[in-house]
Design a protein around this ligand. Structure first.
Ligand code: RP5
Length: 165
């Protein structure tokens, strides 16, 4: 099975990365984690991207905040799919990172999820790998059914909960 590459610009991005790692673990998707920065360690970020396909990765998730160029810098060096996760910093709740990640020039795509969207990034990565993995498709479908049941259970109990207030 192909691995998911997780790259974060700083270990300060770890709280958002953790959401992705937990989701991948729950789906039994293998992943490898690195701290490589587009600005502080550009050579390592580039080398990781260039070698990723041969190293057995099927998709890369890049987490970064502030001037968040990491996902774009990775995407510039591989034709594997790259998912960008903007991480909130001190300015405007992460709007700076969102725009830095999503506004890629035509020709170098980054599939950008919400600010702090680690779980959705993991799900999207898993859905990509599931294109060639029936077992993973079944696990994704089962997770979706469980999520539906959870929401419907809340629906069934919401009137009673409101009455308690
Ligand atoms: C970005 O700068 C990182 O991805 C992080 O979100 C932000 C701040 O990094 P630190 O100064 O906390 O290392 O490159």
């Amino acid at each position: 099975m192909k691995k998911v590459g997780i790259v974060m610009g700083s270990d300060s991005d770890l709280p958002v990365v953790r959401k992705a790692a937990e989701m991948l673990s729950a789906l039994s998707v293998p992943y490898e984690v690195h701290v490589y920065s587009a600005h502080r360690t550009p050579d390592q970020a580039r080398d990781f991207a260039r070698g990723a396909r041969e190293a057995g990765f099927g998709v890369i998730i890049a987490f970064a905040g502030m001037a968040a160029h990491l996902a774009g810098a990775i995407a510039a060096n591989t034709t594997l799919p790259v998912i960008g996760v903007p991480c909130a910093g001190p300015l405007m709740d992460g709007l700076d990172a969102l725009l830095s990640t999503v506004q890629m020039p035509s020709g170098i795509p980054v599939a950008t999820v919400a600010v702090g969207g680690g779980a959705n990034a993991a799900l999207l990565a898993a859905e990509m790998l599931a294109l060639a993995d029936g077992g993973l498709t079944e696990r994704l479908d089962a997770r979706r059914r469980k999520e539906t049941e959870t929401v419907l259970a809340k629906d069934a109990g919401i009137a009673e909960r409101l009455g308690e207030n």
